[in-house]
Ligand binder design. Structure first.
Ligand code: 13P
Length: 254
């Protein structure tokens, strides 16, 4: 079964380890009862270990919100490598989020981080998305270039481990998500660009998530009408009751 992938990007939330563990506990309790959904939570670095579990939990995985481009250990103050993340149980790494791009992360850095993550045997969730839309469709070229440069230098053998998250920047932290029909159109476009790089088979298999103002109410339609393989959730992912509702609501979809 091709399971839906719901990723909670906690961003710089919550403010205490107690709160973090409370949210994680509720999600860890829900994940095993899901049938067609896998969930990932990506807490801030210092909370990751205590949000996980010594034993593996069905349908539950840990993620991180960033990673170093450096692969080997060494004198890199402030950096955290993919191997270190792997050692503490992380399986997915969010890369190229627009909030990181706004702080200077370039497409080239994104591709280096993706390579570091893949080399360590983890899955990168590579975020792409236009800042604004224009009627002439120039944003499609922007998106295409962003995807191509973010994947530059990544070998074909890694294509099955890559996840793409389409997050139109204007829909992040907004009142409403993008229209479902437009999400569908964009996800097809993202898959097409991926298949131009790695071939049609890889293009058919790649998981494309949608992110931007997803909540438990709009999530089912985004999955079924937007036809995406999963969601990258911000605010609603640190609202434990809402995120649990969201997981249950998408899990019953065919
Ligand atoms: P919101 O769901 O809060 O709009 O954030 C989306 C996001 O940036 C997820 O990565």
């Amino acid at each position: 079964m091709n399971k839906k992938l719901i990723v909670g990007n906690w961003k710089m939330n919550p403010m205490t380890i107690d709160e973090a563990q409370k949210i994680a506990r509720k999600i860890k309790r829900t994940a095993p009862i899901l049938v067609s959904t896998e969930t990932v939570i990506a807490p801030p670095y210092p909370f990751i270990i205590s949000c996980g579990s010594k034993k593996s939990i069905k349908n539950f995985h840990l993620g991180s919100q960033s990673v170093s481009i450096e692969i080997n250990s060494g004198p890199f103050t402030g950096e955290v490598s993919a191997s270190i993340l792997k050692d503490v149980g992380v399986e997915y790494v969010i890369i190229g989020h627009s909030e990181q791009r706004a702080r200077g992360e370039s497409d080239v850095t994104v591709s280096k981080k993706a390579l570091a993550v893949l080399t360590a045997g983890l899955s990168p969730i590579i975020c792409v998305g236009e800042i604004v839309r224009d009627d002439a469709g120039a944003y499609l070229d922007t998106l295409k270039n962003q995807i191509k440069t973010s994947l530059e230098g990544i070998e074909q053998k890694f294509s099955a481990d890559i996840i793409l998250a389409y997050e139109p920047v204007w829909a992040i932290g907004a009142q409403e998500a993008m229209k479902n029909e437009d999400i569908h159109e964009s996800s097809i476009f993202v898959k097409k660009v991926f298949s131009d790089i790695f071939g049609p088979e890889a293009g058919l298999k790649v998981k494309v998530l949608y992110g931007g103002s997803v909540n438990y109410r709009n999530a089912p339609d985004i999955i079924s009408i937007g036809k995406v393989d999963g969601l990258l959730v911000g605010r609603e992912s640190v609202n434990a009751p809402g995120f649990v509702e969201l997981l249950k609501a998408v899990d019953v979809l065919k």
